[in-house]
Design a protein around this ligand. Sequence first.
Ligand SMILES: NC(=O)c1ccc[n+]([C@@H]2O[C@H](COP(=O)([O-])OP(=O)(O)OC[C@H]3O[C@@H](n4cnc5c(N)ncnc54)[C@H](OP(=O)(O)O)[C@@H]3O)[C@@H](O)[C@H]2O)c1
Length: 256
Amino acid sequence: MSLAGKTIIITGASKGIGERACRVFAQAGASVVGVARGREELENLQESIVADGLDFTYSVIDLVAPDAPEHLAALMKRRVPDVFINNAGATRPAAFQDVTVEDFDAIMRLNLKAGFFASQAAVKAMIAGPKSDQTRSVIHMSSMLGRVALPGRAVYAATKHALEGLTKAMALDLAPERIRVNSICPTYIETPLTRPLMENQAFRAFVSERMPLSTPEQPIGHVGDLDGALLYLSDSSLSDLVTGTNIVVDGGWGAQ
Ligand SMILES: NC(=O)c1ccc[n+]([C@@H]2O[C@H](COP(=O)([O-])OP(=O)(O)OC[C@H]3O[C@@H](n4cnc5c(N)ncnc54)[C@H](OP(=O)(O)O)[C@@H]3O)[C@@H](O)[C@H]2O)c1
């Protein structure tokens, strides 16, 4: 692994998948910067990572606030990322015919628009920053719902399908800059995002039935199931020629 000394910036770092990614990258020797709104959670995360002698700092930014672009630009100028992970995201399940304009705007604004421009801030800093002989990497935390759909997920699936297209388009624009762009498409993973869904026994049963690798003990994925994909796509010594594609971590869901 050659992430030692690399600067990795992750959005949505205060909980769930992002929190786990911060720990994993810090353990791999990277200088990790977490971005989210929850100051207290970020502070606790910093305390626990730094207590292990590892490098983690954070920046409290609301990615959908009007002043987010200037905060992100200032952060990226201070800490030019070798790897940027666009991970913050949310969902508001509703059948297509019941989606309100407010729901649509909220999810599009965070999952797509904020991710698009946060990635742009990261890429601008990478291009303006010191040259590197290794490729840099942007990773979008997409979803299996960037490849397939489920009932009640029209807006979420639209944002994640859009991230899949964005991954390819960015990969083409940024190859000359030696920046690789890929996405990760997870199945349901146990986090604060999915906890309310998984409390519904009928939904649990549905997921177990649909995911071939689901077991009674672990019906859905664990945040640690994404460690390998995150490390691989971040580490240019492992994935130097990998761009414009995705790693699907879905327990076989999409194979059917
Ligand atoms: N869990 C799953 O089953 C699953 C499956 C496929 C894909 N994903 C994707 O993986 C990503 C992470 O999901 P998760 O399950 O870890 O979700 P989560 O536990 O709800 O965490 C979401 C993260 O995003 C941050 N966030 C939300 N709104 C924000 C805003 N306006 N500005 C800055 N940060 C914001 C939250 O921090 P604050 O609240 O502190 O701001 C939190 O750190 C999402 O993109 C999700 O779509 C998740």
